[in-house]
Design a protein around this ligand. Structure first.
Ligand SMILES: Nc1nc2c(c(=O)[nH]1)N[C@H]1C(S)=C(S)[C@@H](COP(=O)(O)OP(=O)(O)OC[C@H]3O[C@@H](n4cnc5c(=O)[nH]c(N)nc54)[C@H](O)[C@@H]3O)O[C@H]1N2
Ligand SMILES: Nc1nc2c(c(=O)[nH]1)N[C@H]1C(S)=C(S)[C@@H](COP(=O)(O)OP(=O)(O)OC[C@H]3O[C@@H](n4cnc5c(=O)[nH]c(N)nc54)[C@H](O)[C@@H]3O)O[C@H]1N2
Ligand code: SF4
Ligand SMILES: [Mo]
Length: 897
């Protein structure tokens, strides 16, 4: 199997998707230095040819527009030589004046392993600061801490094939249908093949992932540890423990069982909000099913007690010996494409390198290997504390790479202020304008996906190659290269003479094996001699990869041997705690939850560039139960203010029966670049887990209020617009970089003609207005082209649909502009509505009418409309629409009639 095939003017290169931790293989078709098309790599074991919507739209995210193309210092473009010299000089000055600990690095699970390794080596090994943390702190750190407490190592026992073999899959705190879609489809296929397989979803919300659920436990926010403690006690009462496994391979069982048994059934029901019957069903299924996997993600990790929750889960697997066996285990699913790689190089502040903690011995080992006497001797600050140290001035220089903390850190406004006041903020990013690049003193253009080369490790420990496909935009360079240049300019020449990512990788592999007598599970020593050619053609492989296991290791702990001093796995006695309700329940009566939507990735710097990925959801929203909405006098589509003691945002209300009364859900994706006020992380207090340092991002007390919006408008413009006079706005790029589309709320008096003449190059106008409805329509144009088109109305539904708006700027004949002011021809148009299937552009409206006329399964819908037949990301929504329509009163009435 080769990674590249060439024809005369085009070639296909195999690489890996840069989004989620599934780590799908991608076949990329390149022509004339451009990415023409992507498809799933049929030979990659993670996805076997499938891609989800985000992966399938990768080609749309390429191109130079919006990219950071040149280094700059204090806003002035400079050469690379100058930028490198400045970074090196500033870091050396801070080190000399204040000591190495005045320097911090804040990295990302989206860097390649090679980038991450060089950053960690420079910071911890040569500058001598332990302050190297990463956005994985907000993501995986509780899972890491849970594994380390239980197994003595940060090691994921299971693999994806186990998911196909398990007969009970417990998805807890995961909306995999949207966040790990290809894996979810794999699970769906396995369930279809094996009708005995059962799926339990534990989530306060009824999510798209509940489509597969035989049982959904709508747990009270933060109460998971109660459920799993309850399960442990139940296993004991039902005499279903694997006593042999417990005796042979574990320690600490008695104490864990004792704390788990301390809670009464009544209290269990009260704390979890789950009925006795539902709990009993789940517990009974777990008892009955040897092949059980608990699959967990952010609903577990992002909590002030996340590590305890992880261990409460692991306890149940140890107690039944369901670990290290086919189809069984506690399976933490990683979010980012290379969260695992970061963990491997030691890119968390409490790790040194290559799965080594900070001990005197390890510092000596690493010092010898790196040939440096400057290696930091103690763990550094974790993300929340690290930004606090930036705020209080003890950190003078911070280098942020591959992450957007002004959007993603809890208490995000405080992080923003801290960076604005910091003496030296260096930001390496691919994108010119982000909320974080806005705070930078020095900007370094990073090569992005498709331009850089290296490795990533997915959720099942599988290392895959990401390969360069096209030339880097402008002067962008790979992060490892930038780091190595700075290291050399700082005077650390010897350690950083890398010529290629392969040089970095083999050194990383050597370190993993160096003085490793089996006490460190992470060992890829067998890859430490790879030649350039072998590295280039490296096939996906799961670590450990050692001389004993040159083909890698699919499953860990099969022999019941762990990496604790005793070789036994540890039970941890867990006393569950609910999230602290520190603030007034009267002022903030609601529980706020946050997370992801199907088609966007994080702060949208990449997925926001693909117009098709905005067809499913194009505005930031707050989802709520109809009762919660009614209590605040809100209707679907109204503008709402969500406030917490920490901050305030304004977003669109979305009625969602899957959200329980008195709870709210807000997506994490929008930033100040594309929305008026939607950074949800500003609402969360930085309450951290004492073991892992991971902040609570799934719970805050909150209040909800309606914002009056007298008038709504939708605009398209060739150029980006000044939005400062609007009550609220969301912007997005139009397809093919035609311009921008805005959805705004304004006061009734807003003078659009005045506005348009101020902000655009229009010299002539076609206009219509009806004052009674605040109905104003305007097309502004110049000699060359239409510059702006806008429609405003008191009633939002009276505005033209987005698909029609998106196309307006393509109209070139001014004589038609008057006609266009009357809006889309409704007799012809699909009124648009939400696009459910992005691959075949099938709207909710079409799907509903197909169901009403008899399509009663997702297969039927697929046959009729094609929806769901490509990437399958929308299948959960298709089945939910089928259920919704079939239970609607009109439908039933029609059936009966
Ligand atoms: N489309 C898309 N996919 C992504 C990403 C993305 O940005 N967009 N990001 C990637 C990354 S980095 C990550 S970390 C993963 C995250 O993947 P997930 O963890 O699946 O995603 P989230 O939406 O953050 O949260 C999952 C669920 O946790 C639930 N939850 C909240 N509180 C609780 C609780 O107390 N208990 C339980 N049991 N559940 C709770 C939420 O309601 C939510 O449905 O996604 C990855 N995949
Ligand atoms: N309230 C709340 N907050 C959350 C979460 C939540 O669920 N709720 N989830 C948390 C989680 S799990 C995560 S992972 C974080 C994610 O949050 P962030 O990491 O802040 O979000 P991203 O948008 O992924 O930021 C990545 C940045 O790196 C840039 N970039 C992309 N590729 C490269 C590259 O190769 N090199 C360099 N130098 N830059 C690159 C992108 O343009 C982008 O600006 O958010 C966390 N914050
Ligand atoms: S599931 Fe989607 S986002 Fe995740 S790696 Fe695969 S294609 Fe990329
Ligand atoms: Mo994440």
């Amino acid at each position: 199997m080769s990674h590249a095939t060439e024809t005369r003017d085009s070639c296909t290169v195999k690489t890996t998707c840069p989004y989620c931790g599934v780590g799908c293989g991608v076949s990329a078709e390149i022509k004339n230095d451009q990415l023409i098309a992507v498809s799933g790599d049929t030979e990659h074991p993670a996805n076997l040819g499938k891609l989800c919507v985000k992966g399938a739209a990768l080609d749309q995210t390429m191109g130079n527009h919006g990219r950071l193309l040149q280094p700059s210092i204090e806003g002035h473009p400079v050469s690379w030589d100058r930028a490198i010299e400045e970074v090196a000089c500033r870091l050396n000055q801070v080190r000399e004046k204040y000591g190495p600990e005045a320097i911090a690095f804040y990295l990302s699970g989206q860097l390649l392993t090679e980038d991450y390794y060089v950053a960690n080596k420079l910071a911890k090994g040569f500058i001598g600061t332990g302050h190297v943390d990463t956005n994985s702190r907000l993501c995986m750190s509780s899972a890491v801490a849970g594994y380390k407490r239980a197994f003595g190592a940060d090691a994921v026992p299971c693999n994806y094939e186990d998911l196909e073999h398990c007969e009970l899959l417990v998805l807890t705190g995961s909306n995999a249908a949207w966040t790990h879609p290809v894996l979810y489809r794999r699970i769906a296929a396995a369930k279809q093949k094996n009708p005995a397989m059962r799926v339990v979803v534990i989530d306060p919300r009824r999510t798209a992932s509940c489509d597969l659920a035989d049982l959904h436990l709508a747990v009270a926010p933060g109460a998971d540890a109660f459920i799993f403690n309850g399960l442990l006690a139940f296993l004991d009462r039902a005499d279903q423990l694997d006593r042999h496994y417990i005796e042979q391979h574990t320690e600490g069982f008695a104490a864990a069982l004792e704390t788990a048994s301390a809670i009464s059934q009544a209290e269990l029901e009260q704390q979890t909000g789950i009925s006795r019957e539902e709990l009993a069903t789940f517990y009974q299924w777990f008892v009955e099913t040897e092949k059980s996997i608990t699959f967990y993600s952010m609903g577990i990790n992002q909590s002030a007690t996340g590590t305890d929750k992880c261990n409460a889960i692991i306890n149940c697997h140890l107690a039944t010996g369901r670990i290290g066996k086919l189809g069984a285990g506690p399976f933490s699913i990683t979010g980012q494409p290379n969260a695992m790689g970061g963990r491997e190089v030691g890119g968390l502040a409490n790790m040194l390198a290559a799965h080594m903690d900070y001990t005197t011995e390890n510092v000596a080992t690493v010092s010898a290997f790196w040939n440096s006497d400057k290696v930091s001797k103690k763990a550094g600050l974790k993300a929340v504390d690290l930004f606090d140290a930036v705020a209080d001035g003890s950190i003078k220089a911070i280098w942020i790479m591959g992450t957007n903390p002004v959007v993603s850190m809890p208490n995000a406004d405080r992080v923003k202020a801290a960076l604005e006041h910091c003496e030296t903020v260096i930001v390496s990013d691919c994108i010119a304008e982000t909320d974080t690049t806005a705070t930078a003193n020095i900007l370094l253009p990073a090569a992005g996906w498709g331009e850089k080369s290296g490795t990533v490790t997915n959720s099942e420990r599988r290392i895959s190659r990401q390969r360069a496909l096209v030339s880097a935009a402008g002067e962008a360079r790979a992060d490892w290269w930038i780091l190595a240049q700075v290291a050399k300019a700082m005077g650390f020449s010897d350690g950083f003479n890398y010529q290629s990512p392969r040089d970095v990788f083999v050194e990383h592999a050597q370190l993993s094996d160096y003085q490793n007598q089996g006490q460190r599970l992470f060992n890829i020593g067998a890859l430490s001699q790879l030649s350039e050619t072998h590295y280039d053609s490296l096939q996906p492989i799961q670590w450990p990869v050692t001389t004993n296991r040159p083909q890698g290791t699919t499953r860990l702990f099969e022999d019941g041997q762990f990496v604790t001093p005793s070789g036994r796995a540890r039970f941890i006695a867990i006393t569950p705690r609910l999230p602290a309700k520190r603030k007034s329940q009267r002022r903030y009566p609601l529980a706020l939850n946050s997370g992801r939507i199907r088609d966007q990735w994080h702060t949208m710097t990449r997925t926001g560039r693909a117009a098709s990925l905005l067809d499913h959801t194009d505005q930031p929203f707050v989802a709520m139960h109809p009762d919660t909405a009614a209590a605040a006098d809100l209707q679907n589509g109204d503008l709402a203010e969500v406030s917490t003691p920490q901050g305030v945002i304004q977003v669109i209300s979305l009625i969602d029966l899957g959200v329980k009364p008195e709870q709210l859900f807000v997506p994490i994706h929008w930033s100040n670049q594309n929305a008026h006020s939607a950074r949800v992380a500003t609402l969360f207090e930085a309450i951290i887990d004492p073991v892992s340092g991971q902040p609570e991002s799934k719970f805050s007390r909150a209040a909800l209020k309606k914002i009056e919006s007298p008038c709504w408008a939708t605009l398209v413009s060739r150029t980006a617009l000044d939005c400062s006079e609007f009550i609220n706005w969301t912007s997005a790029a139009l397809p093919r970089q035609l311009g921008f589309i805005y959805q705004v709320a304004v006061s009734a008096e807003f003078n659009w003609q005045h506005y348009a003449s101020k902000v655009t190059g229009a010299t002539a106008y076609a206009q219509f207005s009806d004052a009674a409805n605040f109905d104003q329509r305007l097309i502004g144009y110049s000699d060359q082209q239409m510059e702006i088109a806008l429609f405003s109305h008191r009633q939002k539904p009276s505005l033209p649909n987005k698909a029609w708006m998106q196309d307006l700027l393509n109209n070139r004949a001014p004589e038609n502009y008057w006609r266009l002011l009357s809006g889309p021809d409704l007799s012809l148009a699909d009124s648009g509505g939400k696009l459910i299937c992005s691959c075949f552009k099938v709207s909710e409206e079409h799907i509903i009418s197909a169901i009403e006329t008899g399509a009663d399964s997702t297969e039927q819908l697929g046959k009729q409309l094609q929806c769901g037949t490509n990437c399958g990301s929308c299948i959960p929504e298709l089945s939910s629409l089928i259920k919704q329509v079939q239970t609607s009163s009109q439908f039933l009435a029609k059936q009966i009639g």
